[in-house]
Design a protein around this ligand. Structure first.
Ligand SMILES: Nc1ncnc2c1ncn2[C@@H]1O[C@H](COP(=O)(O)OP(=O)(O)OP(=O)(O)O)[C@@H](O)[C@H]1O
Ligand SMILES: [Mg+2]
Length: 258
């Protein structure tokens, strides 16, 4: 008998109030290792707030977050990311005046023991080689090797988003959370990004992603959670979600749900 994959992330009764307003309430779900989980919902539904709560950028009003069976609810974002739970932001955070390669290398150095300080002290050549190898591997994965000498700000919007994912990958995460990776991408860029996400999962990283591109989400995810006004209204496989009456009602009249 094969064992079920381990639960990587367990969220229980997660809630966040901003003053009198409940941005997220009573959210519970589990994410198995090796999966692609999608989080969708209309604008303002609480998706980014959920990401901020899980990754430690916001402290919840209620509930707990467990990552690899450890309670991380009160941990700082940088400690959480060092444990292997890494997220990207809805608006990319790049060093726009550095090259593509420098951005990736910087991500790699930050992950090393002792961080950038240790790197500046000139670590042994073997360590530097290992870092360079990893940077090269990531550049190949995000398919930006040919553009590695270009400044980040000169890249197309789609390539900047791929670079953002590459920087997150530099830390070798166990769980990668992507906030709107497909936003602003044309069809070709979306397909490139979707195949990158599949490759990331094949390499052993679990994915949790938010996006408004329903076609891409339904095509790529194993499981989807739907939020509306901060509450989970549906969860399941894409096919089930697409025919769920609550979900259809929530998106009724919205062209994005194509
Ligand atoms: N720091 C904050 N203070 C007050 N209200 C906030 C704060 N952050 C988010 N909100 C509110 O919480 C609600 C959920 O916001 P959130 O950014 O999580 O939505 P979202 O689902 O990511 O939307 P979008 O699809 O537009 O990115 C919104 O009404 C938003 O205005
Ligand atoms: Mg958002």
């Amino acid at each position: 008998m094969t064992r079920p994959p381990p639960i990587l992330l367990k969220v229980q009764n997660l809630g966040k109030r901003f003053g009198g307003f409940a941005a997220v309430s009573g959210l519970s779900f589990e994410l198995e290792a090796g999966r692609i989980m999608g989080l969708v919902g209309p604008n303002g539904a609480g998706k980014t707030t959920t990401f901020n709560l899980i990754s430690g950028f916001l402290k919840p009003t209620t509930g707990t977050v467990e990552f690899q069976s450890k309670n991380i609810t009160q941990m700082r974002p940088d400690d959480i990311s060092r444990k292997g739970l890494v997220r990207t932001f809805q608006l990319n955070k790049l060093f726009s005046n550095l090259t593509v390669e420098e951005n990736i290398r910087n991500g790699c150095h930050q992950f090393e023991k002792g961080g950038i300080k240790r790197f500046l002290m000139r670590p042994p050549i073997s360590e530097r080689r290992a870092l360079e190898d990893r940077a090269t591997k990531i550049l190949q994965m995000v398919k930006l090797e040919k553009l590695k000498g270009q400044r980040a700000e000169d890249l197309s919007y789609g390539d900047q988003k791929l670079l953002g994912i590459g920087i997150a990958l530099a830390t070798d995460p166990k769980l990668l959370m992507l906030d709107e990776p497909f936003a602003g991408m044309n069809n070709t860029e979306t397909e490139r990004c979707a195949s990158l996400i599949r490759q990331i999962v094949d390499n052993g990283t679990t994915i949790f992603l938010v996006d408004h591109n329903m076609r891409a989400i339904m095509g790529i995810c194993d499981q989807v959670i739907v939020l509306n006004f901060g509450e989970k209204i549906a969860e399941g496989e894409p096919q089930k979600i697409q025919s769920d009456p609550n979900v259809i009602a929530c998106y009724l009249g919205r062209k994005s749900y194509a």
